[in-house]
Design a protein around this ligand. Structure first.
Ligand code: GLC
Ligand code: GLC
Length: 650
């Protein structure tokens, strides 16, 4: 924008704000003056950036100012309706804005039904969450969803009704309060790229209402869909090829990036922005503290592009975020962008999300495990791990989704790896077809045209436990268990919020029973979404069992993390350890982590590393995990798949 334009825009913003205040005061009318003033002060602080974002998106509309007014009125109304305890939380978060960077943060994720039956069942699991030190709990989508075609809840039919099988809105609000009282922040999905075709808006659109047809992207013939499709990526080429679905009821093609029953919303229509803002602030007022923004790359479409990660997608999220800062500032955004590393990053830099999944590290970990070589990971992490202060990765090993090999081709090329061959290798390895592979994964959405596929499987099965148990060989079992623990020990120490996929702490294996359920059978992701197994759970206190060993070691690692300030989000420096099999990084120049990705013991020469990585003199180093003491002039030998957290002393 030219200087002149931005001066004009700032002036226009100031005038608009002035004009809006009387309307907003009406919406805030029920509140005490001091509370009204809090809203108006926040408005003043954020209005210029909000105005410029909305201007960028919608200024070409003749009714721009009308929409602006409805958007802000909704923000004011939702603020007025926000419960007092959440307003108090807003204040607390504003005075401690970096709370989520702390070393005490520990995330967990689960399906409500599969982990605990229903929302009341989740409350019953509070003691378990305390055992694990959880402070952040992501419950997978729990709103009303079609009975058969639900995509695990990612096809939402109402953002204001809990799926009756799981409970009610009251149960949810009650749960969020109880979690908060136990120091746990509730994290829910905001599935805002699409709704199910059973959502009220979709039903009205199907009944022919043009106002609601404009909530989605609909076409009378294949002309535009064909032009778009020339550039679009198919997300589910197996189950839902193409990106448009014909609906004979209205004789129109509907944009459906994911499944045919998931209709993409039309954010070029400000009424959609407004409607989704209401849903978002409604969720915030239920006590949700982090919204996982689902499928962010796809929310804006433009002919002639691949319709992913467009600048307007960032602007929409930034505008939502600004409104949240005004009406419900305790809420944070976590972006779910499983795309090219640079694009992942753009949701932090451009869209201003405070949190982002870290698929870059997730993929690197599995890569290093398969190759026993950490050089690609080190190279990638050196380039891409550092993000601005005040933002944080959510580091994970597994999610409910497939693993796609989303590393940057250029990173691979820079260290002499052919990206396509390497993806082929990783797919063969993790589906167990590569000779000597330890993994038991399944292909997901094999695309015969591009030869592409992604991988499903639980952490333990991908790390070799399933095969080791079948072959009943002690050394294979030992290595598999250590791989699981080493991966988690990295996620716990690398910097960011560690996210545990619940079940992993009990070394849960693949569950093939989804194949017998016709509603799930065509989606191999269900293999790694098993129900919590009570038998496994009951073994967690017995260290002679695999479950017990994994559970106890992992919970011990979590507690060490939580009492170690150098594990807070912030400075992480990856370095070359001198061995291609040993990953190394330092945290705040205080802790040096070394992890051996090989089947053989590796000896690392410490003095040089200490000199180059920890700078100031070190008298000795304590491994926080085992308590072992190392003097800096000794070499250190790491057994296969073990890790040390060396803290400097002296
Ligand atoms: C997200 C979810 C995935 C779902 C898709 C469509 O990426 O993680 O499970 O299929 O969005 O909502
Ligand atoms: C693709 C999408 C991602 C989605 C996943 C679902 O990887 O980029 O957003 O979660 O598919 O399996």
């Amino acid at each position: 924008m030219s200087n002149q334009n931005s001066v004009w825009l700032a002036h226009e913003a100031a005038l608009t704000q002035k004009r809006l205040i009387p309307h907003l005061k009406r919406a805030l009318g029920t509140l005490a003056d001091t509370e009204q003033q809090i809203f108006l002060d926040r408005l003043t602080a954020h209005f210029p950036s909000l105005f410029s974002a909305l201007f960028e998106l919608y200024a070409s509309r003749y009714d721009f100012f009308y929409h602006l007014e409805t958007i802000l009125t909704t923000a004011a109304e939702m603020y007025a309706a926000r419960p007092d305890d959440l307003k108090a939380l807003d204040g607390l978060r504003e005075t401690h804005p970096n709370w989520y960077l702390s070393e005490v943060m520990m995330g967990a994720v689960c399906y409500v039904d599969r982990f605990a039956g229903d929302l009341v069942g989740i409350r019953g699991r509070l003691p378990y969450f305390r055992e694990l030190g959880i402070t952040y709990l992501h419950l997978m989508p729990l709103f009303l969803s079609p009975e058969k075609q639900h995509d695990g809840g990612y096809a939402v039919s109402s953002f204001r009704e809990v799926n009756p099988a799981l409970g009610s809105m009251d149960d949810l609000a009650e749960l969020s309060r109880e979690l908060r009282a136990n120091g746990i922040s509730l994290v829910l999905d905001f599935v805002f790229n699409h709704t199910s075709d059973e959502h009220e808006w979709a039903k009205r659109a199907l009944a022919g209402d043009p106002e609601y047809q404009d909530f989605y992207l609909m076409f009378d013939d294949r002309r535009l869909p064909d032009q778009y499709e020339a550039r679009l990526r198919e997300i589910f080429p197996d189950q839902a090829p193409g990106s448009f679905t014909y609906r004979s009821e209205i004789k129109k093609w509907v944009w459906t990036t994911f499944h045919r029953y998931q209709w993409d919303l039309n954010y070029a229509n400000p009424a959609v922005f407004h409607a989704m803002l209401s849903e978002m602030l409604f969720l915030a007022n239920q006590g949700v503290e982090v919204l996982r923004l689902d499928a962010v790359p796809f929310i804006w479409k433009q002919l002639g592009t691949d319709c992913e990660n467009l600048p307007q997608a960032h602007t929409i999220i930034r505008a939502f975020n600004t409104l949240v800062r005004i009406a419900a500032p305790a809420l944070l955004f976590k972006s779910e962008a499983i795309v090219h590393p640079q694009k992942v990053r753009s949701y932090i830099d451009e869209a201003k999300c405070q949190l982002s999944y870290n698929p870059i590290m997730m993929v690197s970990l599995w890569d290093a495990l398969a190759t026993r070589d950490v050089r690609f990971m080190t190279h990638t992490m050196q380039k891409r791990f550092t993000i601005p202060h005040g933002t944080s990765w959510v580091n994970y090993i597994r999610s409910h989704d497939d693993i796609g090999w989303g590393f940057a081709d250029e990173d691979a090329v820079e260290i002499g790896i052919n990206p396509n061959d390497h993806r082929y290798f990783l797919n063969m390895f993790y589906t167990g077809r590569f000779p000597g592979s330890f993994a038991a994964g399944l292909p997901f959405n094999y695309n015969p045209r591009t030869q592409d596929m992604r991988i499903s499987g639980t952490t333990a099965s991908l790390a070799g436990l399933e095969q080791a148990l079948e072959r009943d060989e002690a050394i294979l079992k030992e290595h598999a268990i250590r791989r699981v623990l080493m991966l988690y020990a990295i996620v716990l120490s690398a910097g960011g919020i560690p996210l545990l996929y619940l079940g992993d702490e009990l070394a849960t294996l693949n569950d093939y029973s989804y194949r017998e359920n016709p509603d799930l059978a065509d989606d191999s992701r269900w293999v790694h979404r098993p129900h919590l197994d009570d038998e496994r759970l009951s073994k967690r206190r017995d260290p002679r069992t695999i479950e017990g060993r994994v559970f106890q070691t992992l919970s011990n690692l979590i507690f060490i993390r939580k009492r170690t300030p150098a594990f807070r989000t912030g400075e992480t420096t990856f370095f070359d350890t001198g061995s291609p099999h040993v990953l190394g990084y330092t945290r705040h120049q205080q802790i040096m982590v070394l992890a051996n990705f090989s089947d053989f013991a590796q000896t690392i020469h410490l003095p040089a590393l200490i000199k180059s990585q920890l700078y100031a003199p070190v008298l000795h180093l304590i491994d926080l995990i085992t308590g072992s003491d190392y003097t800096p002039d000794q070499p250190i030998t790491l057994e296969p798949y073990t890790i040390v957290w060396l803290e400097r002393r002296g």
